[in-house]
Design a protein around this ligand. Structure first.
Ligand code: PGA
Length: 249
């Protein structure tokens, strides 16, 4: 399986011109490193212009709503995303859980609507702190709540991004041995929900303070199928190096 490298641009950059420039520079690395599967997640207004110029890159939204249409001011639905040829959506990112107070129940509704609309869901889960005694169980409960009621026929449309909240944007990262343990733990939980056969194909990614100097360590961990990169994905050279490392691993 090709390693999946996702660039989550969050609320960046501030102009379309800059977004297109970053994409075009990243594209240069994608052309050279066909053995990596690269997805960029820009802010909503940049989605369509980036889709048009995607060429070998894939484009994801950073969020979508749980209804297809209706009186929901300010929301964007999976159906709208599909109509502009967006095929991926990040759901449940810890920043949305924290700042927008998204709950697991809401995330579960979003996951189901996005899957039904034909999008592939990149579901983010992760503990706030490793000091919590049952942090593994916390992650498992989060996962179970977020995918509750999802039929196993949708398993091939799910990507899990394990992002410990304490590692996001902090420079702190999980130790590869601990990452291995967590990746296996998540995989076993997925087996419980979807059965071994269906869950087998679900990629499990790592995210949290990834850059070109540590990407190789995470990608070498058994059971880790790729990376969700925040800050470093806005620097085309840095992100390009990560893509090159992924293409070789
Ligand atoms: P970071 O963000 O790489 O800047 O830590 C990762 C994420 O939030 O997806």
């Amino acid at each position: 399986m090709k390693k999946i490298i996702i660039g989550n641009w969050k609320l960046n950059p501030t102009t379309l011109a800059r977004a297109l420039q970053i994409q075009s520079r990243i594209h240069h690395f994608v052309k050279k490193s066909r053995r990596a599967f690269v997805i960029l997640a820009p802010p909503f207004p940049f989605l369509h212009p980036l889709v048009i110029k995607a060429k070998g890159l894939h484009i994801a939204a950073q969020n979508s709503f749980w209804e297809a249409t209706g009186a929901y001011t300010g929301e964007v639905s999976p159906a709208i995303l599909r109509s502009i040829n967006v095929r991926y959506v990040i759901i449940g990112h810890s920043e949305r859980r924290e700042y927008m107070r998204e709950t697991d129940a809401q995330i579960n509704k979003k996951v189901k609507t996005a899957l039904k609309s034909g999008l592939t869901v990149i579901l983010c889960i992760g503990e706030k702190s490793r000091d919590e005694e049952n942090f593994q169980k916390i992650v498992k409960n989060q996962l179970f709540s977020d995918i509750k009621g999802v039929a196993k026929t949708y398993a091939h449309k799910i990507i899990i991004a394990y992002e410990p909240v304490w590692a996001i944007g902090t420079g702190k990262t999980v130790h590869p041995a601990d990452l291995y343990e967590m990746a296996m733990y998540i995989r076993r939980a997925l087996f419980d929900v979807f059965g071994k056969k269906a869950a087998h194909s679900i990629p499990v990614l790592y995210g949290g303070s990834v850059h070109s100097k540590n990407a190789g360590d995470f990608l070498a961990v058994d059971g880790v199928d790729g990376l969700l990169v925040g800050g470093a994905s806005l620097d085309p050279k840095e992100f390009g190096k990560i893509i090159e490392i992924a293409a070789k691993s």
